[in-house]
Design a protein around this ligand. Structure first.
Ligand code: 2HG
Ligand code: ZN
Length: 470
């Protein structure tokens, strides 16, 4: 038995390469190291690992055949969309397990966009469709896909479903999970499950589509999705305010929630982020005197939300010298740029440790100074840049300085978060970055239940090995 396993492992790479080329075509089986390396390093550059080859299937049948071939060869399979994930979940492990490096399956060729179903306000798209392409298709029909995030031009719907991506409109519409009516997916044994019929109500047992949302490619490979659309709201107003503290920002958001019917985003960033973004992007700061905290509020509607916004502010004491408002597209883009350019600006500083966390809103005011102090304590001299979706209690703690392999600061921040009743991952997932600390946010019983589901659906452990569950 042992001898047979060993013989199979030795034979697998070449046999598997031939089998995969027969499925997807030689042109879509990539093994040139220079080409493969662009798939095997993640966006942050913190996570990378070897792959046997990259395969690029074109449709669900090819995905199923790739999975069957990998299963037969006992080879691991890493699934990748736009490679915009920030926790190493869509690149191979740095140190391959006993089965050798995995195959990396890129999903970007599954990029079909179905017609908008105006009666149901839904659309069916392939897993490899980018968020920007989906948004464009929805808008052409007077509708909108309500999830939005800065990586929209590369992030794919499959990846967003796998990670239950959040973005800037969760405060109004919920995250990706809330938009998924059903998915088509291939399970680890190559069987296909399909729930693309668009039924909004369907209580016929376990909701397998929703089980796959946020499963980070460990339970099945999503190949297509049926998605909810909402009305496109053409009128927008964006307000940028300078404030003194995180506490002041959460208080203000609490007030605005009761006053703004069109509230669609409430974002926070800080002086160090504003200065970094302006330095990196050549933007001019919104006002001369830097503020400690910046709060960006967006409202949208069929008619201009500006009046409602101004009225909501009228009974508050806001500093006019630290206030900017925009209602025209270029002004709105300019104000959003201060917020959206944080990720790229931080990456220009170095390889960041990205700690995407969420806290009960009432704890954010205490957390912000505490986390800065904790980072300085365990990684003196490093740079901490904080920003996030304040309306959701979601802060992105980015630390530049410690080496990519040094996890001291990661643990220190996540431990602090857990102690305050928060979660170690808000919207980016666990990936490879946080598997060691899953127990800070999930009980032993929960991890055991998750492992049982994984074993039932993927007994060989071939799908995204090492991601989410160690
Ligand atoms: C954002 O909200 C994204 O900007 C990325 O979730 C966060 O780069 C990050 O840490
Ligand atoms: Zn975010």
């Amino acid at each position: 038995m042992v001898l047979r396993d060993a013989a199979q492992r030795l034979r697998a790479p070449t046999d598997l390469a031939g089998a995969l080329a027969a499925v997807v075509g030689a042109a879509h089986t990539l093994s040139d190291p220079g080409v493969v390396s662009s798939f095997t390093t993640d966006w942050t550059r913190r996570f990378q690992g070897p792959a046997r080859m990259v395969v690029r299937p074109a449709d669900t049948a090819e995905v199923a055949a790739v999975i069957r071939a990998c299963s037969d060869a006992g080879a691991g399979l890493v699934i990748q969309g736009g490679n915009t994930g920030l926790v190493g979940g869509s690149v191979p492990a740095a140190h391959p397990g006993p089965g050798g490096p995995p195959v990396l399956m890129s999903m970007t060729r599954l990029d079909g966009i179905g017609p908008v179903d105006k009666v149901a306000s839904q659309i069916t798209v392939g897993a490899g469709v980018t968020l920007a392409a989906l948004q464009k298709a929805a808008r052409a029909a007077g509708l909108e896909f309500p999830v939005d995030l800065a990586a929209r031009d590369s992030a794919t719907i499959g990846g967003m479903i796998a990670t239950n991506a959040g973005g800037v409109h969760v405060i109004r519409y919920g995250g990706t999970r809330a938009q998924v009516v059903g998915v088509e997916a291939v399970l680890a044994d190559g069987t296909v499950i399909s729930r693309l019929g668009g039924l909004v109500k369907d209580n016929t047992g376990y909701d397998l589509s929703q089980l796959l949302v946020g499963s980070e490619g460990t339970l099945g490979v999503v190949t297509a999705a049926r998605l909810r659309l909402v009305p496109h709201l053409p009128e927008r107003a964006v307000l940028l305010l300078g404030l003194e503290s995180t506490h002041a920002a959460t208080e203000l958001v609490a007030h605005l929630r009761t006053r703004l019917s069109g509230l669609s985003a409430a974002e926070i960033f800080y002086r160090e982020g504003m200065e970094l973004v302006c330095r990196h992007s050549g933007l001019t700061p919104p006002w001369p005197e830097p503020s400690a905290v910046y709060l960006l509020i967006e409202c949208s509607g069929r008619t201009s939300p500006l009046e409602e916004m101004m009225e909501a502010l009228s009974d508050l004491e806001v500093d006019d010298a630290a206030t900017a408002v925009a209602t025209d597209p270029s002004g709105i883009e300019r104000l959003w740029a201060y917020r959206e350019r944080h990720t790229e600006s931080v990456s220009a500083l170095g390889v960041p440790h990205k700690l995407d966390i969420t806290l009960p809103l009432g704890a954010l005011g205490e957390f912000e100074p505490a986390v800065r102090a904790r980072v300085e304590e365990v990684a003196p001299g490093s740079t901490a840049i904080l920003w996030g979706h304040v309306g959701d209690g979601n802060i992105h703690v980015n630390v530049v300085g410690p080496g990519p392999e040094d996890e001291t600061v990661d643990f220190a921040v996540l431990e602090l978060v857990a102690g305050l009743g928060g979660s170690i991952s808000a919207e980016h997932g666990i990936g490879r970055a946080k598997t060691a600390w899953l127990g800070l946010s999930r009980s032993e019983s929960e991890v055991a239940a998750m492992s049982a589901i994984k074993t039932a659906l993927d007994p060989q452990g071939i799908l995204n090995p090492g991601v989410l569950l160690a």
